[in-house]
Design a binder for this molecule. Structure first.
Ligand SMILES: Cc1cc2nc3c(=O)[nH]c(=O)nc-3n(C[C@H](O)[C@H](O)[C@H](O)COP(=O)(O)OP(=O)(O)OC[C@H]3O[C@@H](n4cnc5c(N)ncnc54)[C@H](O)[C@@H]3O)c2cc1C
Length: 544
């Protein structure tokens, strides 16, 4: 065991491991990349995180940089949960609901808490956390916050960032801060602190003031965006200031989240589901835009395309039986409403009227069991994601682009075009109401040609998304894989501002380095695994 591991073992309450098995387990996440960490730490409490950060800071002051990577369940699809130094794994011990106020619905949790468990607990109190990712049954709340995750309910309810009221964060030097919206007086107090926290508030306040127009230029015309740092809502016009939006979605690159305070919503399990079949993507785009404009908030607008249905049928001919029959339409939309009885009835009626102008195949369902069966159309994407086509596997490399809604058709046509040019089988699914689509091409990472295809595909795809005014990530975040496209997407002024902010919060580069910023495509090529598998996720069926 190294001196560093030995020191940590002596000073932390939680376990410290350096066995090859443990290191190998944490060398992969949900991405196509691999990096071997040197030490695994299972923090028992915030004090353990604090001590570990303090120690790496002191070493870095003396010129030795040991990266610190926080980790939830490791389902990240961009390599954000990988690192070469200390892997800090939260689910083992820091997995509790600390407090739940059933009146206000505010819940305080530790980051390693399983998202599915939290959801179950909340639902027993008639509440839920709407921006849950498809992976919620096997991922953590901390991971969702650090990724600014979202999912099928985001079209109505927003992303994780809209639910985080405050955080406790362990800074790079081991100091602990509480983030929440500060009024002017509270901000002034922070600005006067002689601590690292004070330094962060002072530097950020100045940077945000000096770069107002740069920050304004960051805003996308997309409904959500998980790429880069959230700078737009830190300092408001009324002078209030909150570091929470900065840490949400920052993937452990600015600090380690040790406690999360979140708001929740009232949960209504009595929903109506409408399933509509479309012959063209033009009609899909037009219908979605009209519904979003004219009908009060559907709680989901999800889509699968014809190619996905064809692939599912080829893999498992019985899976779609009784839900959708071949020959398949260009796309199937699943639109859900979860308002109260009267409003739901009214909104469903309005939505159906709009849909019936675009397609004659519209089905309405209120029975939960029948709905569950229909939802399988959308969730059948998991069959494609977990299937091996010979030695080829479905790879998450371009799985999360988002564009403005009025560019949806161009986006899909562009994707079909790229796949056809590169002679790859295409299948597309995802959040039509947000124009946020998922796709995972079949490639064999053991073949040199296919490894080259990965990078060709990423280049073409991300150029398409950026050219349409979109974002490289709607919900899965940058990690390592998408990080090389961040500067192209935001431009060099915004990118340099990101760098300055990183430098303020992490002056020695110990906080999850190599994630989000200063990553070149060349630097990640050696990290690409030769075998892609989701081994540590196979305990659960991915609901992709
Ligand atoms: C099949 C499949 C489907 C998916 N579907 C979705 C989806 O619908 N929507 C979506 O948003 N994502 C999705 N994802 C991506 C991912 O599962 C989610 O973003 C999830 O919320 C990550 O949680 P995790 O616990 O696995 O985090 P991890 O993968 O462990 O970590 C994610 C990032 O957060 C950082 N992090 C973790 N804990 C902390 C902490 N305490 N402090 C600071 N940083 C921390 C990590 O360093 C890493 O950068 C999917 C992944 C898979 C494999």
């Amino acid at each position: 065991m190294s001196k560093v591991a030995h020191y940590l073992q002596e000073h932390l309450t939680g376990e410290v491991m350096t066995s090859p098995d443990a290191r190998r387990y944490f060398a992969t996440d949900g991405s196509i990349l691999a990096l071997l960490p040197s030490i695994i730490v299972y923090p028992q409490n915030e004090n353990d995180i604090r001590k570990a950060c303090r120690f790496t800071w002191q070493l870095a002051e003396r010129g030795r940089v040991i990266p610190m990577t926080p980790r939830g369940a490791g389902t990240d699809q961009g390599g954000g949960a990988l690192g070469t130094g200390i892997m800090m794994a939260f689910p083992a011990h820091m997995n509790r609901v600390i407090e739940f106020d059933s009146k206000s619905g505010v819940v305080i949790v530790e980051p390693g808490l399983n998202y599915g468990k939290l959801q179950q607990t909340l639902q027993t109190h008639g509440r839920f956390l709407p921006p849950f990712p498809a992976s919620y049954e096997y991922s953590t709340v901390g991971g969702a916050v650090a990724n600014n995750a979202s999912g099928e309910k985001t079209v109505k309810y927003g992303s994780t960032i809209d639910y985080v009221r405050g955080l406790r964060v362990v800074l790079a030097n081991g100091e602990v801060i509480d983030t929440y919206r500060l009024n002017k007086r509270e901000l002034n107090k922070k600005l006067g602190l002689s601590t690292f926290e004070g330094e962060i508030y002072r530097s950020l306040d100045t940077l945000l003031d000096e770069n107002k127009t740069v920050i304004e230029s960051m805003v996308r015309s997309t409904t959500k965006n998980a790429a880069g740092y959230n700078l737009a809502d830190i300092k408001r016009k009324d002078g209030t200031f909150d570091l929470t939006p900065l840490f949400v979605g920052s993937q452990g690159t600015l600090g380690v989240i040790s406690e999360i305070t979140m708001e929740t919503e009232v949960y209504n399990p009595q929903t109506t589901l409408i399933v509509a079949h479309f012959d063209t993507m033009e009609d899909v785009q037009a219908a979605v835009i009209e519904i979003k404009e004219k009908v009060d908030a559907p709680s989901a607008i999800e889509m699968v395309d014809k190619h996905l249905l064809e692939q599912v049928e080829a893999i498992n001919p019985n899976q779609l039986k009784g839900t959708v029959e071949a020959p398949y339409p260009a796309a199937v939309l699943l639109i859900e409403f979860d308002d109260g009885d009267r409003a739901q009835h009214k909104n469903v009626k309005k939505a159906k009227k709009i849909l019936e102008r675009y397609t004659s195949k519209v089905q309405e369902e209120t029975d939960p069991q029948a709905q569950e069966k229909l939802w399988k159309i959308r969730h059948s994407s998991a069959t494609v994601v977990t299937h091996n086509a010979g030695t080829r596997k479905a790879l998450p490399i371009i799985e999360d682009g988002i564009v403005p809604l009025d560019k949806f058709r161009e986006y899909i046509t562009g994707v079909y075009d790229i796949f056809s040019r590169l002679r790859l089988e295409v299948a597309v699914w995802g959040h039509a109401g947000d124009a946020n689509l998922h796709m995972q091409p079949y490639l064999d990472l053991n073949q040199v040609g296919d490894r080259q295809q990965v990078f060709r595909l990423m280049d073409e795809y991300y150029n398409l998304v950026i050219s349409l005014g979109g974002s490289t990530s709607g919900e899965h975040n940058d990690g390592r894989l998408r990080a090389p496209y961040l500067e192209k997407m935001y431009g060099s002024e915004v990118y340099n501002l990101f760098r300055k902010i990183k430098k303020v919060c992490d002056p020695y580069g110990t906080m999850n380095p190599g994630v989000k910023l200063d990553v070149s495509l060349e630097s990640i090529k050696p990290m690409v695994r030769t075998q892609f598998s989701m081994e540590h996720l196979y305990d659960h069926l991915p609901r992709s």
